[in-house]
Ligand binder design. Structure first.
Ligand code: KG4
Ligand code: ZN
Length: 342
C-alpha cells in the first residue's frame, strides 16, 4: 500500500509518501515568516500553508518516484493544533480523496510523535515510555500498543519549548530560541547559576516551566541590569538548559522505573536538544533501558510520522473504515487520563 500523508498543525507544511511502513519521501517546509514576530502567528501560518501545500505535496510525490494515481490512501493530521492551520491540510486531503476516490485516515498529531520511535527502530518493543516535548506540548506517556496508551502527566503551564523560546527572547536571542540556547550552552558551564527545577521531587508526572521566565528575569535584573555582556551568555544558556533538562530526564526515568518499560523515546522539537539527548542516554544506559531518539526530521513536526500512524490504523481497521470524509478538526490538546483508542 502507498499512502500520502499531510501535516499542517502548526508552522511546518509537510507531506510524505510511505510504501507500507517504509518512508519514500518526507518533505518539510518550515515557515520562516514567524521568526520576526518571535512566535507563531496563527493567521500567517494558515496563509503560508495555503501557499505551500500544493508544491510540498507535489515534491513528496516526485521524490517518492510516484504520481497521485499511484496512491492508495491518504493520512492527515486533524488534531490538535492551530484550527486554521489544521483546516488547510485537512481540506486539501479531503479534496484529493474526493477527486481520486481514496480512503482518508484522520490522525492525531500527538500519536504521530508517540510512535515516531517505532518508525525506524524495530528493536523497540511495547510497552515503552515516551516524552513528547515541543513548543506546544510537554507530556509523558506510557505506550502499551498502537491503540493503548495513557498520559502520565503534562505541563501545567508552559511547554519546555516555550521555556526555551521565551527565555531566549529575554536574553535578546532570536526565534526559535531552543536551538540558539543549545548552541551557546556548548561553550558554557551549567553549574554557574542554579535556576529552579520545578516539581522535580514531586511524586506525580506533571511539569511546570512558567517559573523559568521569572527566574531568568530576576537573574538579569540582579546581575546585568545594564545589559548582558556577550561573555556571560554561554553560562546563562548552559545553566537554564540544564535546569529544564534535569526535570525532563528525572521524571522520564522515574516513569520508566515505575511502569513496565522496554524503552524510552523522546519526540517533538525539543528532543533535538543535545543536552537532553546526552543526559537521557546516560541515565537510560545506567539502568540498562533502551533509549531511542528518532532522527531529527522524524522528531520535528513531519508528515512521515503521521503516515506511519495512518498505515497502522488502516492495517488494523481496514480501508472501508475510512471512506467517510465527514471528520472534523479539533484544536484541543489531549487531557490527562485519556486512553488512546483507534
Ligand atoms: O515540534 P516542534 O517543531 O513544533 C511544535 O512546537 O509543535 O517544536 C518546536 C520547539 C520550539 O520551541 C524550539 O525552540 C524547540 O522545539 N527546539 C529546541 C531545539 N530545537 C528545536 N529546543 C531546545 N533545543 C533544541 N536544539
Ligand atoms: Zn509536534
Amino acid at each position: 500500500m502507498k499512502l500520502l500523508a499531510i501535516e499542517s498543525s502548526c508552522d511546518e507544511t509537510s507531506a510524505a509518501v510511505l510504501h507500507d511502513t517504509d518512508v519514500l519521501s518526507n518533505v518539510i517546509s518550515s515557515q520562516l515568516i514567524h521568526t520576526k514576530y518571535g512566535g507563531v502567528i496563527p493567521e500567517l501560518a494558515s496563509r503560508a500553508h495555503t501557499e505551500n501545500i500544493s508544491h510540498v505535496v507535489q515534491q513528496a510525490l516526485t521524490e517518492a518516484g510516484c504520481a497521485i494515481q499511484d496512491i492508495d490512501a491518504i493520512g492527515v493530521t486533524t488534531q490538535p493544533g492551530l484550527a486554521g492551520a489544521l483546516l488547510v491540510g485537512t481540506n486539501f486531503a479531503k479534496g484529493l480523496a474526493l477527486k481520486y476516490n481514496l480512503p482518508c485516515v484522520p490522525v492525531n498529531h500527538i500519536e504521530g510523535h508517540l510512535f515516531s520511535g517505532s518508525l525506524e527502530n524495530p528493536d523497540l518493543q511495547f510497552p515503552y515510555i515516551v516524552l513528547v516535548v515541543s513548543g506546544g506540548h510537554t507530556s509523558l506517556f506510557h505506550v502499551r500498543s498502537f491503540n493503548d496508551y495513557s498520559i502520565l502527566g503534562s505541563t501545567r503551564d508552559d511547554a519546555a519549548g516555550e521555556a526555551f523560546d521565551k527565555t531566549a527572547k529575554m536574553l535578546g536571542l532570536g526565534y526559535p530560541g531552543g536551538p540558539l540556547i543549545d548552541k551557546l550552552a556548548k561553550q558554557g558551564n551549567a553549574k554557574v547559576i542554579q535556576f529552579p527545577r520545578a516539581m522535580i521531587h514531586d511524586a506525580h508526572y506533571e511539569f511546570s516551566f512558567s517559573g523559568m521566565k521569572t527566574a531568568v528575569r530576576n537573574y538579569i535584573n540582579t546581575h546585568h541590569l545594564t545589559g548582558i555582556p556577550e561573555h556571560a551568555m554561554p553560562d546563562i544558556c548552559a545553566s537554564l538548559q540544564q535546569a529544564i533538562v534535569d526535570v525532563l530526564v528525572s521524571k522520564t526515568i522515574r516513569a520508566a522505573q515505575e511502569y513496565p518499560c522496554n524503552g524510552i523515546v523522546i519526540a517533538g522539537g525539543v528532543s533535538a536538544n543535545s543536552c537532553l539527548r546526552n543526559c537521557m542516554q546516560q541515565e537510560a544506559e545506567k539502568r540498562d533501558v533502551l533509549f531511542v531518539a528518532p532522527r531529527i526530521t522524524y522528531s520535528l513536526d513531519n508528515a512521515a510520522m503521521i503516515g506511519f500512524v495512518a498505515i497502522n490504523k488502516l492495517q488494523e481497521a481496514g480501508v472501508n473504515t475510512f471512506q467517510q470524509l465527514d471528520f472534523e478538526v479539533n484544536s484541543q490538546a489531549m487531557r490527562m487520563h485519556r486512553h488512546g483508542s483507534r
